[in-house]
Design a protein around this ligand. Structure first.
Ligand code: ADP
Length: 334
């Protein structure tokens, strides 16, 4: 059973869905996570018990949904997909909970954005596979308890810090996904180019991978663009020269930073004197949502040390000046 698509699903995510691995062995990288999941799957099959609830956290596009969607294939069960923002009240959970099959999976993307009332409503479902439904109002209200099929809840979040303690404690496995190496991304690019029937050289796959912000979803998007670029202007194959030209045309710089990354660094330097500054002020100046900055832009800039986080806010590093081709200001004398 495939439930409603997560909110905001559009073109690129269709590409993602088509390229998504079907089984754990097809998942590239994240070896430790994959190995632990293999053990959990094997145990679940042997013991004939549903998989324990799992939470995946990490920046967008690193494979949280991918891991969640390979698990039902491994277990031979079904999955329903929904997302935190789509669940505004407990009743929104009912169609999913009543559609459960024994051992099936319920995936909630952006689970940190689920309202507290819904969170509390699913605690008994997670613990005892039971929900309490209140019928009527006021004096005549009564609660009935409904038994559910035993199931596995898989949550994905870009903000594990925003999960409440009780919610976090109800997950048996907590898996954190990390950015990918260039080699891992190059492997993903080659596999996906083959799926798209697009010839690609190893040098081109490496070039696309190197300029993909450590993120498989970005690598897929860069591949898709390079494929279109070649189909329109060349013979359809992606050579290193085509990859270079395509990425330059997309304004992805030699280090893989895109327009928003550079705008972020430029704003921090030009408007805020390099920081420290708070994310809200930066977001307002850039005319973007603060969540977009902290969930999508900053994790990669932090990991590559273009910025650092201090108690008083974000600060640029000399690396940021270098990547923008600027001279860093002399260090102030103590
Ligand atoms: P998230 O849920 O963390 O935002 P997704 O699971 O949707 O990220 O990943 C985006 C796309 O990147 C997937 O559709 C898939 O094509 C690709 N992808 C992600 N992780 C991997 C991986 N480990 N191996 C191969 N492809 C991956």
């Amino acid at each position: 059973v495939i439930g409603p698509a997560p909110a905001g699903d559009d073109g690129p995510s269709k590409v993602d869905a088509a390229l998504r691995p079907k089984f754990l062995r097809e998942v590239v990288g994240q070896r430790k996570v994959a190995e632990r999941l293999e053990i959990a799957v094997a145990a679940s099959k042997k013991l004939k018990e549903p998989l324990g609830h799992i939470i995946f956290d990490g920046p967008p596009g690193l494979g949280k949904t991918t891991f969640a969607t390979v698990l039902p294939n491994e277990l031979g069960t079904s999955i329903q997909l929904t997302s935190g923002p789509a669940l505004s009240k407990p009743a929104d959970m009912l169609p999913f909970l009543t559609n459960l099959e024994e051992g099936s999976i319920l995936f909630i993307d952006e689970i940190h954005r689920m309202p507290r009332v819904v969170e509390e409503f699913i605690y008994p479902a997670m613990e005892d596979f039971r929900i309490d439904i209140v019928l009527g109002e006021g004096m005549s209200a009564r609660t009935i308890s409904m038994q559910l099929k035993r199931f596995t809840l898989i949550g994905a979040t870009t903000r594990s810090g925003m999960l409440s303690g009780p919610m976090r404690d109800r997950f048996k496995m907590h898996e954190h996904l990390e950015f990918y190496s260039v080699e891992e991304l190059a492997t993903i690019v080659r596999i996906n180019a083959a799926k798209l029937n697009t010839p690609i050289t190893d040098g081109a796959a490496h070039e696309l991978a190197r300029r993909s912000r450590g993120t498989p979803r970005v690598a897929n998007a860069r591949l898709h663009w390079a494929r279109n670029y070649s189909a329109a202007l060349h013979d359809g194959a992606i050579t290193e020269a085509v990859a270079h030209a395509a990425l330059d045309k997309a304004e992805v710089d030699a280090d893989g930073l895109d327009k928003n990354d550079r705008r972020y660094l430029e704003t921090l330097i030009d408007v805020f004197g390099g920081g420290p500054t708070g994310v809200e002020a930066l977001a307002a100046t850039m005319n973007l949502a603060a969540d977009t900055l902290s969930d999508e832009i900053e994790p990669y800039l932090l990991r590559e040390q273009y910025i650092v986080r201090s108690p008083r806010g974000r600060v640029v590093t000399p690396r940021a000046f270098a990547v923008l081709g600027r001279q860093s200001p002399p260090k102030p004398r103590p």
